[in-house]
Design a protein around this ligand. Structure first.
Ligand SMILES: Cc1ncc(COP(=O)(O)O)c(C=O)c1O
Length: 426
């Protein structure tokens, strides 16, 4: 545990919020040589999360120590911690889901669609927030309306793309389904304006939060999405196989994907389970995935969410911004462009080669130097977090300096080309 971190916990809430975060690498187990700048691929486990997993596993040696309460307690703790993280007023609005696709599928299943109605999505969105809508639309003859990413003007796309999204929403729109940021380069949508337009026409506002929640502040009470879905293994720093989804009243009382016994009222009384009930548990609990009493995954997620609530996403975002800022000039000198300030998040951004690069050679050089980023053609997605140090950025700059010169060439895939699924450089 770092000194800064120890001092952190001892500070009163207000003062702690004002303090900058120090590097938290000692809380993780990354090897010293690893320059891991790819949290958008998967977050590394914190030691406290590993300890939670081990303790939970050991508890399973003797299942007779598990009581009926244990099937509910961790899930309730996760709901409360996630609600606190995203400023959702009521933990009952949080469901436990295994994946983003599961949570989005709940929203799609509970969105009334019909011929003539449409669902608005952004071009190049991650498939988990596309396929459920494709299925829901094609089942009834509704339209999936994909809003193209505009060409960059002076490196800027965020405002123009947000405007296009707003323009695409009309009185026939049943849902607007987006990522909280663009997952390939961190472009920041104007979520407030898009959400307001969705509400104006009565459309559901559905967000895939996996690439920002945890590292970028989000206030559900202010933004008022109808769904905000996150798997835990990226910026929530939890394990794979479990996630969380906030649902507004529009969906919280909807039809679940599975009819689970834990989702029914009275399921706490194990001796009366066969007195079958119609009524569901309160709020979004009915939407929990079957088998959500995950005796290892939930304690891991609790440990991670506790830590994130202690740090605060605002301070994590500032840490990432402070980390990259001193290197932007050197990256430009090396022949790699970043977006102008305010265009992208600080925890996830892209570097675009201004000239030709030998992508295969760049990949090998990154591997040799243990620099882990996502490489999609000549575009690098860089996604730091609180365990990164200036050394990690310096190592990246060093590799790029040797590979970033040459003639300009197109940087983005041609329109209509299927987006490549992300691939780690590791
Ligand atoms: C934007 C985005 N959404 C969702 C996912 C994962 O989806 P799921 O939880 O359905 O596997 C990823 C994984 O890379 C992602 O980048």
């Amino acid at each position: 545990m770092s000194e800064g971190a120890v001092a952190d916990g001892a500070l009163p809430e207000g003062q702690r919020r004002a303090e900058r975060l120090t590097c938290q690498r000692e809380r993780f187990s990354l090897p010293p040589e690893a320059h891991y700048l790819n949290c958008a691929y998967a977050g590394p486990l914190m030691q406290r999360v590993e300890h939670a997993a081990l303790a939970a596993l050991q508890r399973l040696r003797t299942p007779y120590v598990l009581h009926a309460d244990d099937f509910f307690r961790d899930a309730e703790h996760v709901r409360a911690l996630f609600a606190a993280l995203v400023h959702a007023p009521d933990p009952a609005s949080v469901a436990i889901v295994p994946s983003v696709s599961y949570g989005i599928s709940i929203a799609a299943r509970n969105t009334p669609l019909a011929p003539g109605r449409n669902v608005v999505v952004a071009e190049g969105q991650f498939p988990s927030n596309v396929y459920p809508w494709r299925r829901a639309c094609s089942d009834v003859g509704a339209t999936l309306r994909t809003v193209p990413r505009p060409a960059a003007r002076d490196g800027r796309v965020a405002a123009a793309w947000s405007e296009r999204l707003i323009d695409a929403i009309d009185r026939h729109t049943a849902a607007v389904a987006l990522g909280t940021i663009d997952w390939t380069d961190g472009t920041l949508f104007d979520l407030e304006a898009i959400g307001a337009r969705a509400r104006e026409v009565g459309a559901a506002f559905v967000l895939d939060g996996i690439q920002s929640v945890g590292a970028l502040p989000i206030d559900v009470a202010a933004l008022r999405p109808d769904a905000l879905v996150c798997a835990s293994y990226k910026w929530l720093l939890g394990p794979m196989g479990v996630g969380v989804a906030y649902f507004s009243e529009r969906f919280a009382c909807g039809v679940p994907l599975e009819e689970t016994w834990l989702g029914r009222q009275g399921s706490e009384a194990f001796h009366r389970l066969t007195e079958y009930r119609e009524a569901y548990q309160d709020g979004a609990r009915r939407l929990d995935a079957g088998g959500r009493a995950q005796f290892v995954l939930l304690p891991m997620l609790i440990a991670a969410l506790m830590q994130l609530n202690e740090w605060g996403p605002d301070r994590i975002q500032r840490y990432c911004a402070d980390l990259a800022q001193p290197f932007l000039g050197e990256l430009a000198d090396a022949g790699f462009e970043t977006s102008p300030p305010g265009e992208t998040a600080a925890h996830l951004f892209a570097l675009r080669a201004a000239g030709t690069v030998d992508v295969a050679e760049l990949q090998r050089a990154l591997e040799r130097q243990h620099v882990h980023v996502s490489l999609r053609g000549p575009v690098l997605r860089v996604s730091p977090n609180v365990y990164n140090t200036p050394d990690d950025l310096a190592a990246l700059v060093e590799v790029l300096r040797r590979h970033g010169r040459g003639r300009a060439r197109p940087l983005r895939p041609a329109a209509g080309q299927t987006p490549e699924v992300e691939r780690a450089a590791s």
